[in-house]
Design a protein around this ligand. Structure first.
Ligand code: B12
Ligand code: SF4
Ligand code: SF4
Length: 308
């Protein structure tokens, strides 16, 4: 067990701007495997076929990383007061600034550099959505938070508006305690979801979720959900905005890389509708919207317009 190194890693993670850094011991995720299998069998993943791949690695990190012993989970707070609460199209808060994949990967690489400076024989790899790793399960096991009924990881002191990443390593670090569920009798997220995508506590049918439809889904949007998008054209924050843990505890971040571009802040509905491919490219370079691309964002806008 390496207590001193554990503390150094946690201090450095904080310096790098992560709000959370907690450790879990590598184990096989047997409970999660049952839920994942059922979710896939029910086709709740829709056309996200990458979720079907490497299931065994998703469950057991030892198959992904030789001699894996510890998972270092980090959380990056992206909470900010809504910029587009006026009468315009909305994008989810996580996508206001620079693409979080770049931010987290870059900061985790710095953390690995530090670990290797102290102990050059260590093997360590950083992950942010880039490999079959169950971010939320590890965050829960390391005590960062619990997986709420809306299926997001919630921290008691700051809510759920944070992104996750991890380092898997072959050093044995001091692990933290798993977090308990604090949803209790609440069901606000399930009750408010406009498309009934939360079909049961902790179970999300992505095929109905505005986030999936606006970000991941590549075909024409389904007509039966036409008037339910609440002006969202990229992602959806509705089931998080209503969560009492966010209302009570979410604190705005102060992270320059996550701050929205001024031009995005000022886009009116009309600006969005008339956005050219060139303007889109300029404003959304290196953001998460760039991945979804101009065509699908315009598809989303036109879908909402066709309901008015
Ligand atoms: C696929 C995916 C999606 C899909 C499906 C979401 C989902 N719930 O799985 C879609 C496109 C819809 C999506 C949307 C969003 N996503 Co997403 N997504 C992922 C991804 C790539 C995999 C998630 C996964 O493994 N799903 C598999 C299913 C089986 O897991 P699950 O639904 O979470 O179920 C778990 C529990 O609920 C429980 N469970 C399941 N069934 C049951 C049944 C019972 C009875 C019980 C008790 C428990 C239980 O076990 C499961 C395993 O732990 C992760 C990144 C990663 N590599 O982990 C990001 C991730 C989960 N997404 C993230 C974010 C930010 C979002 C959005 C908020 C973005 C937005 N604003 O639009 C929304 C939130 C929507 C929501 N309410 O969850 C963050 C979440 C951070 C956090 N604090 O939790 C992640 C971790 C990305 C990251 N690196 O930060 N996402
Ligand atoms: S993200 Fe939106 S559509 Fe998806 S489950 Fe939450 S409220 Fe429903
Ligand atoms: S709204 Fe209520 S039930 Fe849903 S995640 Fe938050 S505390 Fe849990």
């Amino acid at each position: 067990m390496n207590s001193e190194l554990t503390q150094i890693i946690k201090r450095e993670a904080q310096k790098l701007g992560f709000s959370f850094c907690s450790i879990s011991r590598v184990v096989s995720l047997n409970n999660e495997e049952i839920h994942l299998k059922k979710w896939l069998e029910n086709k709740y993943h829709g056309e996200m076929l990458f979720m079907e791949n490497h299931q065994e690695k998703r469950i057991d990190p030892k198959l992904l990383f030789d001699n894996a012993k510890s998972v270092i989970s980090v959380g990056l707070n992206y909470f900010i007061k809504e910029i587009n609460n006026k009468d315009t199209y909305k994008i989810a808060k996580f996508a206001y600034g620079k693409d979080y994949h770049y931010i987290i990967k870059d900061r985790l690489s710095k953390l690995i550099d530090l670990i290797k400076e102290i102990n050059p024989d260590v093997n360590a790899r950083a992950f942010v959505d880039s490999a079959p790793v169950m971010d939320k399960a590890w965050a829960q096991r390391s005590g960062i938070g619990w997986i709420g009924k809306n299926t997001c990881v919630i921290n008691k002191k700051s809510g759920s508006f944070f992104l996750l990443g991890e380092i898997i390593t072959d050093i044995e670090l001091e692990s933290d305690q798993e977090e308990k569920d604090h949803c209790g009798n609440c069901s606000k997220c399930i009750d408010i979801c406009p498309t009934n995508a939360l079909i049961a506590p902790h179970v999300l049918d992505a095929r109905k979720c505005i986030s999936y439809l606006t970000i991941e889904y590549k075909k024409d949007l389904p007509n039966d959900l036409k008037d339910k998008f609440n002006n969202y054209i990229f992602g959806c924050d509705i089931c998080q905005d209503v969560c009492p843990w966010n209302i009570k505890s979410a604190v705005p971040h102060n992270d320059a890389e996550l701050m929205p571009d001024e031009r995005l802040v000022n886009l009116t509905k009309e600006d969005w509708e008339n956005l050219s491919p060139k303007q889109f490219k300029d404003i959304f370079k290196n953001t998460c919207l760039e991945r979804t691309g101009y065509k699908r964002i315009m598809r989303n806008i036109n879908h909402i317009r066709s309901t008015i």
